[in-house]
Design a protein around this ligand. Sequence first.
Ligand code: HEM
Length: 399
Amino acid sequence: MSSRAEAFEGWIRTSFVQMNTELENLYFARPDRAQVIGCGDPIKASLRDEGHAHVVALLAEGNTGEGFDSAYGVLGSVGLYLGALRRHELTNPAREERSPFPEASSLALHVGASLGMAPRFSTGHLATHNRARAGVRKSFTTLRDEFLFIDENTRGILSLQRAADALTSIVHLGVSSPVADVMFDAAKQALRDVIRFNGRLIDQLDVERFFYSVRPYYKPYRVGRQEYRGANAGDFSGINEIDLLLGLCRANDPYYAQLLVDKMLFMLPSDQVRLRDCMTRMSLLDELLLLVDEHRHADWFQQNARAYLEVCDLFGQSAAQHHNGLVKRFIEGPAASLNAQDMQGITASGPPLPVLLRSLEMLRDLRLAADRRDILTRHADLDRLRGVVHGYRPPALSS
Ligand code: HEM
């Protein structure tokens, strides 16, 4: 990493975090916690100007060709900076046609385009590729609830990646292979972990602190002329690999295909490759359905179809928990007390909250293979499998 990139990152890890934390504590102490305009203006000015000096130095340096990690780090630093400026209302896409920060926009566009990624920070910057230094990872603030959120998100993402890796191995073994049992077990254990980490968030995250002091950093903002949606914990390929390999979602479904296209540039290039590869595979469900008539009494079919159904049930439970436990509790609930003005930009992806919630419900129900008439789920296909696997019972949650 160049010394200027290192200096910028050093600032992000120290003064930037301190200033954001001070501002959050000021806002949180106000009678209306959503009202940030006109509060802490000298701190906001320092944050803007100190960050600007780093950005200008890096922009002058140009592309130093120091490799992926360095460029990805710069994209994260400039992205966190722009995300904070948006959070503190020093920019707001609703009242501007272009970003008022042209130098930061140019830097983000240059680095983003050279990496093949959206020119903003994404989940990888704060999760899977957030390198700790002496135990401290990058964050916007030092608030306990922010660390809880990014740490449990990262544990969840890593676990979903493990489940995706295990299911990918089964594609290569074939769903009839006796060896698939260890990989189905690995996927089940990983999904139990996801459910455990989600449960910790539900129990331990403070609703108000999360809603007023953490979530606002994930709002959409403009880079140059264009507005880019915020980061969310779904910006990695593993979750979609699981959808597609289990066969619960299909890449030729117009709703789901659109979702894949929209998130592609928010993922690391290595994840983009994994997702594209996965889109060309036959799902495990379709493989099992081709075998069911002829082989349903075979031991291998009984064992592997049972394991497949158990994985689906755990995945469905984790999806229901994300929607009914996390989204409702931490976003829909507290949003009910906001006025129309403060509702703007509340979601990371930008659409009004009811629209986002309907779309997330659809995803939940695809993953649950729910019995819905208005969307095409795999309900009937899973019922068919359940009908031929002797004495099938969904797995208990304790591991
Ligand atoms: C307090 C905790 C959480 C809340 C409130 C929350 C809320 C949300 C919301 C509102 C979205 C839609 C994005 C948008 O705003 O436009 C979303 C997307 C997503 N979140 Fe979370 N989330 C939380 C934690 C997690 C965790 C721990 C995971 C697991 C790793 C996760 C996985 C996902 C995924 C995969 C998506 C993309 C949509 C999908 O494929 O389901 N989230 N989340």
